[in-house]
Design a protein around this ligand. Structure first.
Ligand SMILES: CC(C)(COP(=O)(O)OP(=O)(O)OC[C@H]1O[C@@H](n2cnc3c(N)ncnc32)[C@H](O)[C@@H]1OP(=O)(O)O)[C@@H](O)C(=O)NCCC(=O)NCCS
Length: 179
């Protein structure tokens, strides 16, 4: 598995993985009709826009696995450095390709994001938002030592009203600890 920063040309592959991940993990959360009809276009628009004019504080890391002479995207993490004076840097999105889940890649991606946060926004925490209904991801974040608190409601991309939790690591170095 190799890690590298994303380039503008990676937008379609990131969007495709993001959509596949939501389609499988969010079917009990977001509208199935929206997932089937709108999701792919929605994620493509998001990633084309993010990568065409990157926020200077955004960092996107890709994990690629080599299959023969080809490489395939297996996961990605997107981080916004120093996003909030209280919570610190913000992870806004972490996704592992459905067939690669449970192999330690999510942990490695979050550790790589923590390394970036420690290097480029030292002395700050790391947080992310997760839907309350995403119990699998909340279990994963608990396993990695994140502190959970109920955050707020937001309008999700499918138009539904969702409650999410904030997961916080006051010291991102906690995420560098071995399993
Ligand atoms: C959530 C996600 C990123 C986790 O990545 P992953 O590669 O599947 O998880 P890992 O294999 O790295 O798991 C790391 C540890 O967490 C544990 N873990 C994983 N899922 C867990 C769960 N539901 N409950 C408790 N522990 C869990 C693993 O057992 C492992 O523990 P270990 O170190 O003792 O072996 C991934 O499953 C995913 O992309 N899910 C769908 C999209 C999603 O929900 N993203 C998060 C949005 S906020």
């Amino acid at each position: 598995m190799e890690f590298r920063p994303a380039l503008a040309a990676d937008a379609p592959a990131i969007a495709a993985l993001h959509a596949a991940s939501w389609a499988s993990a969010y079917r009990h959360i977001l509208s199935p009709d929206w997932l089937d009809r709108e999701l792919a276009g929605d994620r493509l628009a998001v990633w084309e826009s993010r990568m065409a004019a990157p926020d200077p504080m955004m960092r996107v890391l890709l994990a690629e696995d080599a299959v023969g002479s080809d490489t395939g995207l297996a996961g990605f993490v997107c981080l916004f450095l120093a996003a909030d004076p209280k919570w610190g840097s913000h992870v806004d999105n972490l996704h592992v390709r459905p067939d690669c889940r449970g192999l330690g890649l999510g942990r490695r991606l979050l550790a790589a994001a923590a390394e970036l946060a420690l290097a480029e926004a030292p002395g700050q925490g790391l947080d992310l938002h997760v839907y309350v209904a995403n119990t699998a991801a909340r279990g994963f974040y608990r396993r990695l030592g994140g502190t959970e608190s109920l955050a707020e409601k937001e309008i999700a991309p499918d138009g539904s009203r969702q409650t999410y939790c904030r997961i916080w690591w006051p010291d991102p170095a906690r995420l560098l600890a071995p399993a």
